[in-house]
Each structure stands twice: as structure tokens, then as C-alpha cells.
Write a protein of this length. Sequence first.
Length: 403
Amino acid sequence: MKSVSNIRALAAATRLANVRYAIRDMAVLAEQLEQEGKTILPLNIGDPLNFDFCTPPHLIEAVEKAMRDGKNGYAPSQGIPEALEAIRAEVERKGIRDIHSIFLTSGVSEGLEICLSALVNEGENVLTPCPDYPMYSAVLAKLGAQPNSYVLDESNDWQPDLDDIARKITSDTRGIVVGNPNNPTGAVYSRRTLEQIAELARQHGLVIFADDIYDKLILDSEPHISIAALAPDVPVVTFNGLSKAYLVPGWRVGWGVVSGDAAGVQSYVEGIHQLLRARLCSNQPSQFAVRPALEGPQDHLVEVRNKLRARRDLTVRACRTTPRTSCVAPRGAFYAFPRFDIPVSDEQFVKQLLMEKHVLMVHGTGFGQQPGTKHVRIAFLPDEATLTRAYDGLRAFITEHYA
Ligand SMILES: Cc1ncc(COP(=O)(O)O)c(C=O)c1O
């Protein structure tokens, strides 16, 4: 007997309307061009492994050994003890005290998702930077949180605008996301700025979500300061991981560290642990890379920073000598967020640049930006020859169309 089919076109959930990930969306267009035989100059994605950066061999050996030693089952939900101990020592070196939980996750991405899910109810809000790394607002959109963004001030080296933060806090605001060093601006925040953010969080009972994933990729001489170290009483979840500085983004190793007043964070920590258990654990073999990464040789970092510094300088020079372009010099991570004085939208600009010059960058609207301004995000990971070709293409494009 033939069964009756009730299969209809499946509509995606309406909550996805606010989920954007322009970084990968632009890549789809580039793939089409590649299929037509064009060579794309990729300045779009923050994966160092696509370029001349190599995973330190001792990390590969540690994970291989773990697999051969049979560490292939489920791990404890919070992570394996040796990794947790190494993370504790690391964050204590950064001055973070009053630690109430440490846990390993599938990258900072999963950690943030878990920690926001454990806190935020539908209709509440968490302050996110504008421009932002799109994952923050994507997760909050999935949770049904109301968007609430604070200004990163381009005229002040992209430091957070503290008056704007203060103005945006409402009775429904539960937390604030602080990415330092910042994606997409490359800004590194001053002690004073961080202290002032911590003070606002203290006054208004907010949780700080501190994304420190780029803390070892500081390109100038100022040190990185973890906001949690400045405010031991304030609830802070500090996120970090191996993706960027230890060159293993595909291994999905991240962690979160909850600090703050013990009584204040207790029930929140229980909620986080509940969600960690519900998703079983993060990848066990790759957790065995954490101790060798944090406690082993750090030589590769010197080379990584040297390469990035040279590429940052080249990027800033190129932007400053290109018509209609200005750029605040990034001080950390591997992104620049130059501004363009052009008569078309930044999305149209990057699409046309891709089609005509095969240079792939991501439009600023993909990150949120102040109305009326037009930016693109550049990931300056490719070698200098590739960057030079890309910036020559950019300059020619602007000269041909708008100069
Ligand atoms: C600011 C920021 N946070 C988090 C992530 C994702 O980190 P993970 O690979 O640990 O999930 C990225 C990746 O580009 C990032 O730029």
C-alpha cells in the first residue's frame, strides 16, 4: 500500500532572521569564481593554517600519543584534569583570582554559547560591541535576546565608548561582551577602559564575557590585561583557547574560566555545569594538547608575531596610501577594519572588488558598524607578496571607480 506523504517545504525557524555570518557568506561567491578558474586573494578568514603558519609539532605528538594511549572515549564534562590544571596556572599568571569554575569546550564558540544560554532569558539583552565578531549576536539571536550594541569609537583607536555603554544598560541587561584584542578592529584595550567597564558591570550587576582568544597576539609593546584580573569581585567568564595562538583552530579546543564573588556566581556556575553535562564533553584527544601548549616551548609565537607585525605594517601603509581609505592601526590579532569614503554600499564594494580584482574581503555591515560609515574587514594573514598584490588590486579598483 502506498503511504501518504505529508512532506512539505520546511521553513527555517524565524529566530534565524537575525543570525548573520557574512564571513562565510562572501566565501560562497569566491568559490564560484574559483570554479571558473580564477585565483582569489583571500583576505577574509581568520584561519592562520590557510597560510604560512604551522601547528607546533609537539602539540601534534601529544594528541597522537593520547589517541594511541586509548584516550578516545568521552572525557569528563568539564575536561581532563591535566588540561584544567594547566589552564588554572595560566590564568593565575594573568592575575585572575577567585576562580569558581574552569571548563573545556569545543572552541570559544561553544563556551560562549553555553555561558550565554545559561544566563540569558528570552527578551533580555547582553551588550555586544559594534562592530562585533558576528558569533556573539548570532548566539544571542538564537536565544531570543534583544539586540543591544555599544559603540567602539573609531576616533579613539576603536576603544569602547563608555558613555554609550552606560546609556544602553537597562533593567533587562544581563551582561556585556568584551573582545580584547578585538575582532574586527584589532584594538587592544587600555587598563583604564577595562577598569571603567568593570565598574559599570559592578554597579549594574552584569556578567562580563571576556573574549581573550587573541591575548598572545599583541603586536606592539603594551601588555595584554585580562579584565577579570582587574575586578576579582565582578562575575567574569574569561574565554580563551588554542585556535589562534597555538595554530589548531580545527581541533576545537577552548575554555572558559568563571571568576567573581563566590556567592554571586554560584547558581550561574551550576547552570553552566548543567549545560556542559548535557552536551557530554568536548573532543578528548585534543584536550591533551592544552598542557604542552601552555607549559611547553613558546618559540613559534615569536615567529607568528613577527610575521603579523610586518603584515600589519604593510596593511596600514597600503590603506594610508590608497585614495578614499583610512585605517586605525591594529595593535593585536590579525585584522584591520579600514574605512572607505565611497558612493556605494560596502557590500556592493567588496562584491565588485572580488569580481573585478579577485580580492576577497568582508564588508563592514557583516560586523555591524555605525550608520553611514563604510568599512571592510581585512584578515592580514597571507604572506607579503599576496598582500601586496591584493592591495595593488584594491588601489587600482578605487582609482578606476571613485578617485
Ligand atoms: C573574537 C573571536 N572569538 C572567538 C573565535 C572562535 O574561536 P574558537 O575557534 O575557539 O571557537 C574567533 C574566531 O575567529 C574570534 O575571532
